[in-house]
Every structure is written in C-alpha cells, then in structure tokens.
Design a protein around this ligand. Structure first.
Ligand code: AMP
Length: 411
C-alpha cells in the first residue's frame, strides 16, 4: 500500500517525518486531497486571484498522472455552517477545469448520496471537487462523525492545504484518524522553506519583520533568537520598540502593554550578538487618508499629532545595505501602510532589495505576499508562503495540527 519515496534524499526528510503523496500507491484508488481553494472574489463572484489554486496543481496533476480518482475538498470564506451561494466553490471548479485542461465534476455537497454517487462512477484520472466543507458546522468543530463521513469517500487522505494546517478541523485533522494520510507537494515545500531553511539557514541570515503589532510577531522574534544574524524591524511594530527606548513617537502605533516585552527582547538579541535595526526616518501624516499631507522626518522627531505610516528613504537605504551580505532572508510583515499609495514606497523598495539580494529569499504569507505581488517581484524570490496564520505558527516553532495528524514516515 505504501511505497518508497523518490525524494528520500531531499532536505525535507529531516524536517517532515510524515508520509508524502509520492510514497502512496494511489493508482486506481480514491484520494481525498484537502486543498486551500479559499480564493478572493469580486462583487460579481469572479475570482480575482487564483494563485492558491495554481500552487496546488503539482499535487493534483501528480495524482491524475498516477491514475488516482482525485477528490478535492476545501473551505471558502465563512458561510457559518450552512449552504450559502456566495461561498460556493462552483466557480472554482470552472477555473480548475481551465487550469487542468480537463473535466472537473462538481458535487453540490461534500458528503451524502450525491457526492457518493458521483465518486462511485469515477475512473482513474478523474477529478471531482466537493462543495464548501464549511456548509457543515461540524467541519470547524472537528466532529468525529463528520470526519468519518468524509473519510468514507476515499482510500487515502492527502493534505495540501498549508493555509489551513494551523486549524484542527474535520477535513484537516479528524479525517486523518480513519485513512492513511500524507502531505501533498505544496505542504512539503512550505515546511521545507519555513522550517527546514529557517532552522538551518545559510548565514548571514537576516529577518525582516514588520506589520502592525509587536504582539503578532513576538513569537517569531523569540524563536529566531538563536538563528538569525540581523533583525530589521519596520511597520507599526517598530514604534513600540522606539517608545521602549524612551523616545516619543507622536501618535504612531504603540502597544502600551508590549513596551516592556519589546525592551526585553531587544536587550536579549543584543546580548546574543544579533544586530538589531530600527527605522531612522519615517513618512508621517496626521491622518491615514489617501490625500493627507505627508512629511519625511527622523524617527526621533515625530511631532505630536502626527503618526509614522511608512519607513523613510534613509531607512530604505540602511535596510538595503544591511541586506547586501545576506545569504538567507526571511521577510514577514509590511514596512508601512502599503495599501495606501502615499505609504507604500518603503514596503515596495524593500521588496525590490530582497528580490535583488544574492540570497535565498523567503516571504511569509498574508500581507507580505500581497505586497510582493503588488511590487511585481514574485518571480525573483525563492519562496512565497501561501499561508498567513500557518506560516507564522511555523516560524514561531510551533507544531501545526494539520501536519501532526498525518501518518508518520516509519510508524
Ligand atoms: P500584520 O497583520 O501584523 O502583519 O499587519 C499588517 C498591517 O500592518 C498592514 O495592513 C499595514 O497597513 C499595517 N501597518 C504597517 N505599518 C504600519 C504603521 N506604521 N502604522 C499602522 N499600521 C501599519
């Protein structure tokens, strides 16, 4: 039932001690592949970005080529446990059909007689997409009966939904109790980069952290403590650190309850010999509105009533120079409020510096993923994670339930 992997010598072996899809004999078998097809839609229910679908194509194509009966399942949005046409996966089935250049059958419910009937007629290489798992409240409750019903549709379970791997749901964790369970290629790649490379980086290893809050990234900072050579901090979170050093930051974002923690972490990193860079200048405004008046000032000269919303040009230069000798770069969190043009330049400039570096470059999911897409540098990066919450949890050194549930390599 289980065969030897063709990728036994890969770096992944050390970090993912779980079965992978290429270790299963899936020919002619029903394979339930949990994917993350939680794609964004516009008001007319048109898909605005299909990269989540594209990123799992290697796993789907592999299963088709191996002659498996491919059963795909995903969540989409938050339909609150009941059917809601706004969250139907039907448009995803159409897009997938185009991407695969082959028929994709759509089951209007993820369990029950219609799905069973459709699956019973499948031949090797056929593809069925099940309707949104979250039409059933039992999915998010990791209900055992629901997980069992899902498992009854298949012979094997493959999890390729990295973006949902930090959640213990019926289709990510519960189902694995009932079937031999393996990781898909996307899942493997995510672990290889976010865990494998980060745990054993080629040095110098530079981490760039940004985003709104220190509290969101503190776990990552603590985990990277013994691994990085430099930490560059931008975004709103920088101002809690600057406040902690005793300086005023105007009306910039400060998390009062994190000031002490910020000070403790900065000292700890300093004592460990890690270089710690903060913005030396910023783009400031009195309001967040797109047309608001802006100024560039040194970080220690932000007036009352003004807030820092992006890193300034001197900081871009400083950070870019600090990146120059890096061999590994990890970037998680924007340098400013990049959603608004006036405050996007710092983030986009850093995106270009990361892309230009002669280094292995890893970008965390969520906002940073969007930022590098907008900056147009995606092709010049080594890896962009498809998971926001899941990538953060891995970078914090935590176990992901969706991975822990898979079958061990040597049970
Ligand atoms: P996070 O989810 O913590 O990575 O935060 C991402 C958000 O941080 C983005 O939506 C940015 O607009 C926001 N952000 C970045 N820099 C700042 C800043 N200086 N002040 C307020 N918000 C910021």
């Amino acid at each position: 039932m289980i065969r030897k992997s063709s990728s036994d010598t890969s770096a992944i072996k050390d970090v993912l001690n779980k079965l992978s899809i290429d270790e299963l004999n899936i020919k002619g078998k029903r394979v339930f592949i949990r994917v993350d097809f939680n794609v964004p839609f516009d008001d007319n229910l048109r898909i605005t970005d299909d990269s989540r679908i594209r990123s799992t194509l290697p796993t789907i194509n592999y299963a088709i080529d191996e002659g498996a009966k491919v059963i795909l399942a995903s969540h989409l949005g938050r339909p609150k446990g009941k059917p809601d046409p706004r969250f139907s996966l039907a448009p995803v089935a159409k897009r997938l059909q185009r991407l695969l250049d082959k028929d994709v059958l759509f089951a209007p419910d993820c369990i029950g007689p219609q799905a069973e009937n459709l699956i019973s007629k499948m031949k090797g290489g056929d593809v069925v997409l099940l309707e949104n798992l979250r039409y059933h409240a039992e999915e998010e409750k990791n209900d055992e009966g629901f997980a069992k019903s899902l498992s009854a549709l298949a012979d094997f379970f493959v999890n390729d939904a990295f973006g949902a791997a930090h959640r213990a749901h019926a289709s990510t964790v519960g189902i694995a109790k009932f079937l031999p369970s393996a990781a898909g290629f996307l899942m493997k790649k995510e672990i290889e980069y976010l865990k494998g490379v980060v745990e054993n980086p080629i040095r110098p290893f530079v981490a760039i952290l940004g985003g709104a809050k220190v509290s969101g990234k503190i776990g990552v900072l603590e985990h990277l403590e013994n691994k990085v050579d430099k930490v560059l901090i931008g975004g709103g979170m920088a101002f809690t650190f600057i406040k902690a050093m005793g300086y005023e930051v105007g009306d910039s974002l400060v998390e009062a309850d994190m000031v002490e923690t910020a000070q403790r972490i900065r000292k700890k990193l300093k004592n460990a010999g890690i270089k710690f860079y903060l913005p030396v200048d910023c783009v400031i405004a009195q309001t967040l509105e797109p047309g608001a008046e802006t100024k560039i000032v040194p970080t220690l000269e932000i007036p009352k009533g003004w807030k820092a919303l992006d890193i300034g040009p001197a900081t871009v230069k400083l950070f870019s120079e600090a990146l120059e000798n890096a061999k590994t770069i990890l970037w998680n969190g924007p340098m400013g409020v990049f959603e608004i043009d006036a405050f996007s330049r710092g983030t986009f400039s850093i995106a270009h510096s990361v892309a230009d570096a002669y280094a292995l470059t890893i970008v965390g999911g969520g906002d940073t993923d969007l930022a590098v897409h907008r900056a147009g540098v995606t092709n010049a990066l080594s890896f962009i994670s498809t998971g926001g919450g899941a990538s953060l949890q891995l970078l914090e050194g935590k176990e992901l339930p969706g991975i822990a549930a898979l079958t061990d390599k040597n049970p």
